[in-house]
Design a protein around this ligand. Structure first.
Ligand SMILES: [Zn+2]
Length: 291
């Protein structure tokens, strides 16, 4: 056991259940498109998030799965009924910030306003306490360790904002792979990685789930469950099961490839994933001490 893992606050043993998480944002809000679409243009795009989340809720309900929905304040303001349906379905409502600004690119005061504002909107609409936060593009890393203090000051109890991998847009490869306390009042639950020859490979969903054949994801989650004896965290976006989403023009080739690859097959992969594992909300899967 490494030093970082020995500081794990609650080494929840693996009880056969993994954590399912959804970052609730629309196809035009993704970080990959941020240079092409200004935030003040967002309202000009046809929104698809409501129908896509409804589809996810149906898929989850059919399999008795519950999930944590890290939701943008911007989306909640425009779809309050959807937020209430998420809560009514027994899912955990959590925050993804207001307008998908990366945590590491906001000054401390601005970040504090962002996370407080989004929390207030979600609590107001959802009628539940918001305890969890996920930074857009996993943007808590070496640049902004103070972000955890801000989350405590604004009333959050846990974060799932660190991806301990090397990636061109995000990642903190040296971070612990499993829940840890960045300070005494908050728990960080990093997205799942697979350790291979000392390197952490992404194994928590997102673009890799779409890109790679499904058995790769199944192998990785099983391995974390069996070898590390820990629950895995899987994350996805509603637009990833929506092959008919409007195409955003003039996007660079690389971003276009990453966004549109295998949209048509993701829902069938997701069904297999839901069938092959048992899934629950992040707060329950990791038995987080949140009170
Ligand atoms: Zn996001």
């Amino acid at each position: 056991m490494s030093e970082s893992e020995s500081k794990t606050p609650n080494h929840a043993p693996f009880l056969g259940v993994n954590a399912l998480t959804v970052d609730v944002e629309d196809y035009f809000q993704v970080s990959a498109f941020e240079r092409h679409i200004e935030r003040d243009q967002w309202d000009a795009f046809p929104r698809r998030v409501e129908r896509n989340v409804e589809r996810l809720l149906e898929l989850f309900q059919n399999r008795g799965a519950h999930a944590t929905f890290f939701t943008l304040g911007w989306v909640a303001e425009r779809h309050p009924e959807l937020i209430r349906r998420i809560v009514a379905g027994g899912h955990e409502l959590a925050s993804h910030g207001y307008g998908h600004l990366r945590a590491a690119e906001q000054p401390r005061e601005e970040f504090a306003r962002d996370v407080a504002h989004s929390k207030a909107i979600l609590e107001d609409i959802g009628g539940v306490a918001i305890r969890g936060y996920r930074a857009p593009s996993f943007s808590i890393d070496e640049r902004n360790p103070w972000a955890f203090d801000v989350l405590v000051e604004t009333g959050y109890r846990y974060s799932s904002s660190v991806y301990p991998v090397r990636h061109d847009h995000y990642g903190m490869p040296g971070a612990p792979r499993f829940p840890y306390r960045p300070n005494s009042k908050i728990i960080e639950v990093p997205v799942t990685t697979l350790q291979v020859f000392g390197n952490n490979l992404p194994a928590g969903g997102g673009g890799y789930f779409r890109l790679l054949p499904y058995p790769v994801s199944r192998f990785a989650i099983r391995r974390v469950n069996r070898i590390d004896a820990r629950p895995a965290i899987f994350y996805m976006h509603p637009w990833e099961i929506d092959p008919d989403q409007p195409r955003v023009p003039a996007i660079a080739l690389r971003a276009r490839f990453r966004h549109y690859i295998n949209l048509r097959t993701t829902e069938s992969k997701l069904r297999r994933l839901l069938d092959d594992f048992r899934w629950d909300r992040l707060d329950r899967t990791f038995a987080l001490p949140l009170s």
